[in-house]
Design a protein around this ligand. Structure first.
Ligand code: FE2
Length: 186
């Protein structure tokens, strides 16, 4: 079996440096490192986006992060709408981090869910480790609600930005899964 490669969170996601709160920045890095230490994978760049999407998760995660920041820039430039950059960057970097413990390469070369991946919803484990490292509840909430399978939508602007750019990126790397339904609300 190949030797496990260390993970360099700042090299993968250089925007981590832009997290102004030093405690939050350190906790984001520590959360990724702890998940990676638990992971059955040996090379981060071999981890796919999901059991259905073979495209690697690293460029997906990097693109989601870059798109989220671009949306925040446009909001601020054109509308003066303030986006919390620390919350946005921390959540974008962590939202898919638990994939490294949710599925593993199987003996037949197929990707299979791990026990954690079967027992918990996507992103639960990243939220759990993040909270243990002192990451605030509002960021854990974004991690838990970023997936369409979650019971709720994210309640913050930063969470909503991430939710949408994540799904837009899936169109680019996989296929268009969007479907229109008409709801009439008052
Ligand atoms: Fe995700």
């Amino acid at each position: 079996m190949a030797e496990k490669q260390p993970i360099d969170v700042v090299a993968l996601f250089p925007q981590v440096r832009d997290i102004a709160d030093a405690k939050l920045r350190a906790a984001v890095i520590a959360t990724w490192e702890e998940l990676w230490a638990m992971s059955p994978w040996t090379e981060i760049r071999e981890v796919p986006t999901s059991t259905e999407i073979p495209y690697p998760t690293v460029p997906h995660n990097q693109a989601v992060l870059a798109m989220a920041i671009a949306v925040a820039d446009a909001f601020e430039t054109f509308h003066g709408v303030k986006v919390d950059r620390d919350r946005l960057i921390a959540a974008a970097v962590l939202q898919d981090a638990s994939k490294v413990v949710e599925f593993a390469p199987g003996a037949d070369g197929k990707i299979a869910p791990t026990t954690l991946g079967r027992h918990y919803p996507h992103a639960f484990w990243a939220a759990h480790i993040a909270l243990r490292h002192g990451i605030p509840d509002d960021i854990a909430h974004i991690l838990l609600t970023h997936t369409p399978q979650a019971a709720k939508f994210p309640d913050s602007l930063e969470g909503k930005i991430l939710y949408h750019v994540d799904q837009i990126d899936v169109i680019g790397i996989h296929k268009d899964r969007w479907r229109k339904e008409l709801f009439i609300t008052k």
